[in-house]
Design a protein around this ligand. Structure first.
Ligand code: EPZ
Length: 417
């Protein structure tokens, strides 16, 4: 059977203008939160990526309507079903976002434990602990969880870790609970802020989004809204890192530099200039990378989703450095593939020792979304031809990644072999 691969001929500088769409990690929870009303919720300027396709399938199973209007998604309808089958729950982590809204709208949910990238165990204890505090009855079965609640009641909940998904699920569960909910130790990611903007536009009463404490006053009903989610800082960060590595000058429109502070402060040097443009960011690079250490963490620390991509850049840098992964316990699967290209990397439990080397093209295999993007970025600089397999992982979060970079001058194309 034929499979799709990306074929890259390295060595081209990146130049020109590109733009980013609404963030995958904002649109996915919004497609769950929109179920908190039967009215139409319009989510604007969305990317055509497979994680969104799968959310459409989950919503279809729940018998709510989801249609594309150009790049806008119009979600509507009252939830009729409450069981997400294993096949779909296993396809991606975002199925877990359905737990909060289903509990509110249907009161009884059976959800197979979510799938997702092979980047860690990805338990859901923080989600379940919070829902229990809101009054839900939780039953954990072998590989699924059953939740029941007649009407959730506001509570004070302290999250043991600022989990993005748990923050979003608990916000969904609280917006129509009886009384006030205080969530302490929540995630501060821009995608969480954008999610709260949507719910407030729908009539929710949420305060403190973007800080570590969010307060929610429960309301009886929510109504339709039109929302323009925050744009995708991880796609923008991927393009910035690629340009820094290859050299060139790229403007990324509709991107917010203040959402990429941790990346920008690491990259800026006499050889790499990054500045705000009228409606985005301009990055200009000589293609020479000074090495620096990186440690990922919850926002506003360095984003874990850019960790594989910054490693692909640093292994072609000027010196030795350390990349720490403090969010997921198994997010270095791509390192062995970079070694096939000549990267000098020593892997230990939660960090990589990265040496400097000139990478050569090779046949490599992506095993998760951002690791795959890192292999593509490495191939843009590596000498000769790189073939990247596992394109289906990359398509989960990047719309036509080959077009993003070929439009900027890279020699990259998608082939069936
Ligand atoms: C979201 O995943 C993003 N996905 C991830 O992006 C991102 O890497 C992650 O947040 C961190 O920023 C979406 O928004 C769809 P977490 P999520 O709950 O919510 C542990 C990408 O590439 N944890 O913040 O699943 C967990 O195991 C994806 O776009 C618990 O222990 O991440 C992990 O180690 C990958 N118990 C850490 O917290 C829980 O109940 C962070 O997970 C929940 C999480």
């Amino acid at each position: 059977m034929k499979k799709e691969v990306l074929e890259i001929i390295g060595g081209q500088c990146l130049n020109g203008k590109t733009s980013v769409y609404s963030a995958k990690n904002a649109v996915l929870p919004m497609l769950a939160g929109a179920m908190l009303t039967k009215d139409e919720v319009t989510i604007k300027d969305c990317p055509f990526i497979t994680d969104i396709d799968n959310m459409f399938k989950i919503r279809e199973i729940l018998s709510v309507n989801t249609i594309w209007q150009g790049r806008d998604i119009v979600a509507s309808g009252a939830v009729q079903n409450n069981h997400i089958p294993e096949a779909l729950a296993n396809v991606m982590r975002s199925s877990i976002f359905m737990l909060g809204p289903l509990l509110v709208e249907v009161g009884d949910v059976k959800l197979h434990l979510p799938g997702g990238c092979k980047i860690g165990a990805r338990p859901i204890d923080i989600h379940l602990d919070g829902l229990e505090k809101l009054g839900a009855k939780i039953e954990v079965l072998d590989n699924s969880v059953r939740c029941h609640a007649d009407r959730l009641r506001g509570a004070e909940i302290v999250l043991r870790y600022p989990s993005v998904g748990a923050t979003e699920n608990l916000i969904s569960a609280s917006v129509k609970a009886v009384g006030e909910t205080t969530l302490i130790g929540v995630a501060r990611e821009p995608e969480v802020v954008s999610f709260c903007e949507m719910l407030n536009a729908m009539g929710a009463k949420i305060k403190g989004a973007g800080t570590s404490v969010i307060k929610i006053a429960g309301v009886d009903e929510l109504h339709g809204a039109i929302i323009k989610p925050v744009t995708d800082r991880i796609v923008a960060g991927t393009i910035i890192l690629a340009t820094a590595l290859t050299g060139g000058c790229v403007e990324i429109e509709h991107c917010e530099i203040n959402h990429l502070g941790a990346l920008v402060t690491k990259l800026i040097s006499p050889k790499i200039q990054i500045a705000s443009s009228l409606d985005g960011i301009v990055v200009e690079s000589t293609g020479d990378i000074d090495s620096f250490n990186v440690s990922s963490g919850p926002y506003p620390k360095f984003p874990t989703d850019l960790q594989p991509i910054v490693t692909a850049v640093l292994c072609q840098g000027a010196g030795n450095c350390v990349v720490e992964e403090k969010v997921f316990e198994n997010r270095f699967l791509y390192a062995n593939e970079l070694k096939k290209m000549g990267a000098e990397i020593v892997t230990s439990k939660d960090n990589l020792m990265v040496g400097c080397s000139s990478l050569k093209g090779a046949n490599v295999v992506a095993s998760d979304l951002r690791g795959g993007a890192g292999l593509v970025v490495a191939g843009l600089k590596a000498e000769g031809k790189t073939i990247v397999e596992g394109v289906q992982y990359i398509d989960r979060g990047y719309e036509n990644i080959e077009k993003i970079f070929s439009n900027l001058g890279a020699k990259i194309l998608r082939k069936s072999i």
